[in-house]
Design a binder for this molecule. Structure first.
Ligand code: GDP
Ligand code: GDP
Length: 436
């Protein structure tokens, strides 16, 4: 499930974000059936030939008012930590600068595969400018023009050639991969420890690929699980780790790598804007989700506190009303034993396939009970419904005219599908196609 990651580094204005947009262009345009959340153009998915990959634009991560060199150092460190291949972009018009040298030195020491793109070589004559960049000591530089789309193919050929070969953990025996997401200090690290300590789990100890060092596989009651990015959760101390952009980046990555997302909320402090943003990513990515209210031990409670908190969550997170809510304390361990069974349940729903005849019965009943409203004298007709995908479940309605299928009616159908078949904890998507 895990795709390789490319990180783009380089000085400001060399063309990183222009390249980023080119690499993720097609993928970002995938049409969602629900209004999404504004995306940070910092992390995206791309593909080249048969390869699919993640792309990070480290230029989007700024660390306070640090001077240029310190900024670039931090960005290069992030690239080294987070990626499989680094795309180092330099400006062919300006030539090598001190900052380029400093980054090159850091990258050389890291031993990570690096490909140099010498940008802004907009025509053939300028191609000679690439030779100067051999002196950075990072192998063959590739002349490109991100603005005009020149040389990008050769550059990507060089990048995908350096992707790691597929690791052992790609067949994880039906393991459920879950990620813990939430702002710093919400208790992610504590909850990982409590889950691993409290449950009678067998933590496998397979060394090898990069991902093995990052993720923690374990087994409980015969079910395999993987905690995604355990290393990232536990790591402490780098300056940039406290920046919001960086924590959002980590969250996006972990969401991509998992089946189930545990969104941790601090029971003492309530919900903040960033919690919603991250929940939005998980929803858009089609991941199953559980909302975990941690530090419940520290909350002064009466008989109504939990219901009140639940109500607040439902108000704030209307778009993920399918996510179950678990109140627990990573510190005392209270109710932590509920978490794995809930994860297992939502993962099952995430990959649930409904029998076509039952699905069509459900849709026909829905239409009979609440006919779709007519629009300028025309009425939607649904001929046939089928489930085309799982993880998450996707349904396609074959209709007379997709324009007549309004958002509110889609919502109504979604509710009926949920009432009939469950699907607790997973987003579902409903698409329509014109029946010819
Ligand atoms: P970043 O700061 O590294 O992300 O750089 P940007 O992608 O924002 O680009 C900085 C400037 O360089 C913008 O004005 C771009 O239009 C320009 N630029 C990017 N790629 C090229 C290129 O291939 N040729 C030329 N001539 N300009 C480019
Ligand atoms: P992370 O940054 O999200 O990984 O958070 P940590 O696991 O490092 O926890 C941050 C702080 O919150 C630590 O001081 C923990 O002891 C504390 N903490 C974590 N879980 C709980 C909890 O359930 N109850 C209380 N009272 N404190 C907790």
């Amino acid at each position: 499930m895990s795709k390789p990651t490319i990180a783009i580094v380089g000085r400001p204005n060399v063309g990183k974000s222009t390249l980023f947009n080119r690499l993720v262009g097609g993928r970002m345009a995938i049409v969602e059936d629900k209004p999404g959340v504004t995306r940070d153009r910092l992390y995206g998915n791309g593909s080249w030939l048969n390869y699919e990959f993640h792309v990070i634009d480290t230029g989007g991560i700024e660390i306070g008012d640090e001077p240029l060199l310190a900024q670039m150092r931090a960005q290069a460190e992030i690239a080294v930590d987070e990626s499989d291949v680094i795309l180092f972009i330099v400006d062919g018009k300006t030539g090598i600068t001190d900052a380029d040298e400093a980054v090159a030195q850091l990258l050389r020491r890291s031993k990570k595969p690096v490909v140099i793109g010498v940008n802004k070589l907009d025509n053939f004559k300028q191609r000679e400018q690439v030779y100067e960049f051999y002196s950075l000591g990072l192998g063959d530089p590739y002349g490109i023009s991100c603005a005009h789309g020149l040389g990008i193919g050769d550059l990507l050929d060089a990048v995908v050639e350096k992707f790691p070969s597929v690791g052992i953990n790609d067949d994880e025996d039906g393991a459920i991969r879950f990620a813990l997401i939430g702002r710093p200090n919400v208790g992610k690290s504590s909850l990982v420890n409590t889950i691993l300590g409290k449950e009678r789990v067998i933590v496998s100890d397979i060394a090898g690929t990069t991902r093995d060092a990052i993720d923690t596989p374990f087994t409980r009651d015969g079910q395999n699980f993987v905690i995604v990015d355990t290393a990232g959760i536990r790591r402490r101390g780098r300056v940039y780790e406290k920046t919001e952009k960086y924590s959002v980046l980590r969250a996006q990555r972990s969401i991509e790598e998992s089946d189930v997302v545990l969104l941790l909320i601090n029971g003492e402090e309530g919900i903040i804007e960033q919690d919603k943003k991250i929940a939005g990513y998980a929803h858009d990515a089609g991941r199953a989700m559980v909302i975990v209210v941690n530090k419940w031990d520290a909350v002064e409670k009466d008989g109504k506190t939990m219901d009140k908190f639940k109500k607040k969550i439902r108000e704030q997170f209307q778009f993920i009303d399918y996510a179950p809510i678990v109140f627990l304390s990573a510190l005392t361990g209270s109710r932590v034993d509920q978490i794995l069974p809930v994860i297992q349940q939502v993962a099952e729903n995430h990959s649930l396939r409904v029998q076509t005849s039952l699905l069509n019965d459900c849709i026909m009943d829905t239409v009979a009970m609440t006919p779709p409203p007519s629009d300028k004298g025309r009425r939607l007709k649904i001929y046939y419904t089928t489930q085309v995908a799982v993880r998450p479940p996707v349904f396609v309605l074959f209709v007379n005219d997709p324009e007549l299928l309004h958002f509110s009616y889609v919502r109504h159908i979604e509710n009926r599908i949920r009432e009939t078949f469950g699907f607790i904890g997973t987003p579902i998507k409903i698409l329509s196609r014109k029946k010819n």
